[in-house]
Design a protein around this ligand. Structure first.
Ligand code: GLN
Length: 204
């Protein structure tokens, strides 16, 4: 489907409780997709996929709890709707979180360690290859107090590495990245997520 054709039929939500949700919404609009800022669980009914942005996962968890987002997100995932988590969003989606241990949704079978790059390299940029369905592309990756993916379960496909470690992965309809694709000029990762949402919508 053409990008302009997408706009009429697909809506992607961006969890807008905390973090850099506005930038994700802007990139989605650049991809020709209607972006919806989601602040209440009921708003999930209006969207075909969801981006969970970076921010601070402990704060995000408190806000999610206050608005009772956990059961709503579990239902959203069970309904087969795709979710893309970046950085703090990935931490919330992981099966297991370390450093320190904290609650997570367990929607992708990975273990992540929070703030795992140490002080000197808390935030940095790197270039790497991302293996998208449309083929491999070279991407700038921005890491901000990023987690490290320490374990990947058998059902998880690694799509990109940095320093020999996974930094982007997918399990069925859950896509995660430890870096921030919304902070670079490329829209490729968001377009790949839009394609995943489009395929899921057609399949349902
Ligand atoms: N360090 C943050 C956390 O542990 C994540 C950072 C980010 O999302 N850029 O929640």
């Amino acid at each position: 489907m053409t990008q302009s054709g997408r706009a009429g039929c697909m809506r992607i939500g961006v969890l807008a409780l905390q973090g850099d949700f506005a930038l994700h919404a802007r990139v989605l609009e650049q991809c020709g997709v209607a972006a919806v800022e989601v602040r209440k669980p009921v708003e999930l009914d209006e969207v075909d996929g969801l981006i969970m942005p970076g921010g601070e996962s402990t704060t995000l968890l408190k806000l999610m709890d206050a608005w009772n987002f956990v059961p709503a997100l579990e239902k959203f995932h069970s309904a087969g709707k795709p979710i893309f988590g970046t950085c703090a969003g990935l931490i919330i989606l992981a099966r297991e979180v370390e450093s320190p241990k904290q609650f997570s949704l367990g929607l992708i079978d990975v273990t992540v360690e929070r703030n795992a790059y140490g002080r000197q390299r808390e935030s940095f940029e790197a270039s790497g290859t991302v293996r998208l369905d449309t083929g491999p592309i070279q991407l700038e990756m921005v890491f901000i107090r990023a987690p490290r993916i320490r374990r990947v379960g058998p059902g998880v496909e690694v799509l990109a590495e940095h320093g020999g470690e996974p930094v982007m992965a997918r399990q069925d309809r859950v896509l995660v990245a430890t870096f921030h694709p919304e902070l670079t000029d490329s829209t490729a990762v968001h377009r790949a997520f839009c394609d995943l949402v489009e395929r899921s919508k057609t399949a349902s």
